[in-house]
Design a protein around this ligand. Structure first.
Ligand code: PMP
Length: 438
């Protein structure tokens, strides 16, 4: 049984594959966190996935709580997604001309999420947030944007600013290659701190085009908004003629069937989607009120385009995923598993005397190794990352794959069964006991 299996896993094939990859791909991976740097060890190379499981090329299987970093809300290779995408593949993979499926996906989104009237499909979350900010600047005629420490919105130059504890820090780039000019108009505030944002508006109010926020932060671990935070952002932006952008690339269709907009009943001006909306394919979107979206070319002057935008295979995957998700009971059952997982982890940690905070919001979950609440990036960084790394590796040896970094969320899918959760909690309980013995 997976829950009681102990190390060592065989990793010889993955180790060889990693070595070969490193020769031709920087760091051996096509996105940094895949390299397991934060937790140590060699990343496993995936052979295949089905339902809640993935198998690596050494033959180890894992219950998967990463799910491609969120998209696979129906699990791996869901039959209806496979069927819809296969059908689309056979019809031709890309046209660069409109298809009716794109309208259908846009309608599914506007029907699902209150206040969203028009949708532009793009190919990645990065593109969605970058375009939404260009649109906010175009629509307001202003340059400055406000983001929050610990919130990730993709790797566009203007957004590669995170740090800056304390009140309102003017942004300096986080990466070489980002010119200081690219982030000069990016202001960073602490998450969950409305007063800091108020102070920023008092100083720069006339120049701020938009505030962009992960309404439930999922890129510093899982950190929900405190009461009044999102409402405060709504009021401040409205009062100063700035736009409010919810980056729901991660939370869309996950924290509620209508994302954070549905969960908290707060209406941003623009919203970005990704991950779930593409059903595991490269598809994302930015969306919002018609009067703002109509600034986008060719309706309006703001330029944004894409060779593969609205790609028919990706669009088919998105439609199939959202349709299944809308069936009565499907989303609720996933959220119930997330809750069950969190309750189980809390119990297991308490029994072993381990200080751990676990939370779920809808179908997402998160955990930190510390005492006390986590409301900001500064709080999140107090988590014992060494302990998380040991937890991650020991759990992997027991057949459970959680994010290879403390500062990521856990994702559930409709394929995760009660038995999966029980197995996971039993595995975690074993790891917690080991950790508490040290
Ligand atoms: N916004 C958020 C909230 C995200 O979590 C991510 C990716 N994890 C992005 C934007 C960027 O999306 P992508 O990786 O598809 O470019």
């Amino acid at each position: 049984m997976t829950g009681t299996r102990v190390s060592p896993r065989s990793t010889a094939r993955s180790a060889r594959a990693f070595e070969a990859a490193r020769a031709v791909i920087p760091g051996g991976v096509n996105s940094p966190v895949r390299a397991f740097r934060a937790v140590g060890g060699t990343p496993f190379f995936v052979d295949r996935g089905w339902g809640s499981r993935i198998r690596d090329i050494d033959g180890n299987t894992y219950i998967d709580y990463v799910l491609s970093w969120g998209p696979l809300i129906l699990g791996h290779a869901h039959p209806e997604v496979v069927e819809a995408t296969t059908r689309a593949l056979e019809m031709g993979t890309s046209f660069g001309a409109p298809t009716v499926a794109e309208t259908e996906l846009a309608e599914l989104i506007t029907e699902s999420v209150p206040g969203v009237e028009q949708v532009r499909l793009v190919s990645s979350g990065t593109e969605a947030t970058m375009s939404a900010l260009r649109l906010a600047r175009a629509a307001t005629g202003r340059d400055k944007i406000v983001k929050f420490a610990g919130c990730y919105h993709g790797h566009a130059d203007l957004l590669l600013v995170q740090a800056g504890s304390g009140v309102a820090t003017l942004g300096l780039p986080d990466s070489p290659g980002v010119p200081a000019g690219a982030t000069a108009d990016t202001i960073v505030a602490p998450f969950n701190d409305v007063e800091a944002v108020r102070a920023i508006f008092e100083e720069h109010g006339e120049a701020i085009a938009a505030v962009i926020v992960e309404p439930v932060a999922g890129n510093m671990g899982l950190v929900p908004p405190v009461d009044g935070f999102l409402q405060g952002l709504r009021e401040l932006t409205a009062a100063h003629g700035a736009l409010l952008i919810f980056d729901e690339v991660m939370t869309g269709f996950r924290v509620s069937p209508a994302g954070a907009i549905g969960l908290y009943g707060i209406q941003p001006d623009l919203v970005t989607f990704g991950k779930v909306v593409g059903g595991g394919f490269p598809l994302a979107a930015y969306a919002g009120r018609r009067e703002i979206m109509e600034h986008v070319a060719p309706s309006g002057p703001m330029y944004q385009a894409g060779t593969l935008s609205g790609n028919p295979v990706a669009t088919a995957a998105g439609i199939a995923t959202l349709r299944v998700l809308r069936r009565p009971g499907v989303w609720d059952a996933i959220a119930a598993q997330a809750d069950r997982l969190v309750q189980g982890l809390r119990r297991a940690a308490r029994d072993a005397g381990i200080a751990m905070q676990a939370t779920s919001v809808g179908t997402m979950a998160g955990m930190f190794f510390l005492d006390g609440p986590v409301r900001s990036y500064d709080d999140a960084r107090r988590s014992d990352t060494g302990r998380y790394a040991r937890f991650f590796t020991a759990l992997l040896d027991r057949g459970v794959y959680v994010a290879p970094s403390q500062f990521e969320a856990l994702f559930l899918s409709s394929a995760h069964s009660e038995a999966d959760i029980e197995e996971t909690v039993a595995a975690a309980a074993g790891v917690f006991r080991e950790l508490s013995d040290r």
